[in-house]
Design a protein around this ligand. Structure first.
Ligand code: BT5
Length: 239
């Protein structure tokens, strides 16, 4: 396991983007504290203490593997869900495309960012924040419903053991994911996709579409039934 352990950093994604050239494929970079953790757009990821996980995985796909680049966040959401089920006896659900929730409360956030130099693609910074031990007091300071493993199980989580479990699960299904993309995890994803067949609002580049979440394509896109039309969304998120 290639591991980089930092004490404090602005953002593990920024660290990986900055050091992409020298970091090896599948290096796991984590930091005890993250002072400017980022979500998508201008949103922030809250650090509520060093016993939580702030991790970025270095992904350096070969050119032939670029096809599945947009599915890495979905892959990681499935891997995390499996670890939460198998190791912590929880029942996580996935909200398209890659939010992981427990009883409707967010336990983790995933953010993938590409790095290029002079137009050449160097790799993907696949970031994930997981609330391992956040107390209910600190959870209540987050602006949206949130939870942690500790909050659900009342048992303290050892961060290094959690990291090892995540790493082995990530590697176990990785080769088939790299070859087949979303199709290799589709069944696992659908099983946990709480939004399917329900009315949803989907934000696509600032425009909100209301409809029924009909299905997920073999490429991981959302099929939304709007009035009597079926539309496919490749990017966006369910609100
Ligand atoms: C995400 O964005 O959920 C992606 C978060 C990725 C964080 C990791 S940590 C390691 C790596 N380094 C980084 O700088 N980032 C990555 P988004 O879908 O935009 O959701 C952000 C929203 O989640 C915020 O606006 C809050 O409402 C909520 N939120 C923030 N911190 C949270 C937390 N600790 N637990 C639960 N929800 C949180």
């Amino acid at each position: 396991m290639e591991l980089v352990h930092l004490k404090e950093i602005n953002s593990t994604n920024d660290y990986v983007k900055k050091h992409m050239q020298e970091l090896k494929n599948l290096t796991f970079v984590y930091s005890d504290r993250q002072t400017s953790g980022r979500g998508r757009l201008t949103r922030k990821w809250i650090d509520s203490g060093e016993d939580n996980l702030f991790l970025t995985i270095v992904i350096k796909p070969k050119e032939s593997e670029f096809e599945h680049i947009s599915n890495y966040t979905q892959y990681l959401s499935v891997i995390l869900a499996m670890v939460l089920e198998e190791e912590y006896n929880l029942s996580p659900q996935i909200k398209w495309p890659n939010d992981v929730l427990i009883n409707g409360k967010k336990i983790a956030g995933i953010l993938a960012e590409g790095t290029t130099i002079g137009g050449e693609f160097l790799g993907l910074a696949l970031g994930i924040g997981v609330n391992l031990n956040t107390s209910s007091d600190n959870l209540s300071k987050i602006d949206k419903p949130a939870t942690s493993i500790f909050n659900e199980t009342e048992k303290k989580v050892d961060k290094v053991i959690f990291l090892e479990k995540l790493y082995s699960k990530f590697c176990l299904l990785y080769d088939s994911f790299v070859c087949e993309g979303f199709l290799s995890i589709k069944e696992h994803y659908i099983k946990r996709a709480m939004f399917l067949k329900k009315p949803v609002s989907v934000n696509v580049l600032g425009v909100v579409h209301d409809g029924i979440a009909e299905d997920i394509t073999n490429e991981g896109s959302l099929i939304l039934k709007e009035k009597n039309e079926l539309n496919i969304y490749y990017i966006g998120d369910i609100l």
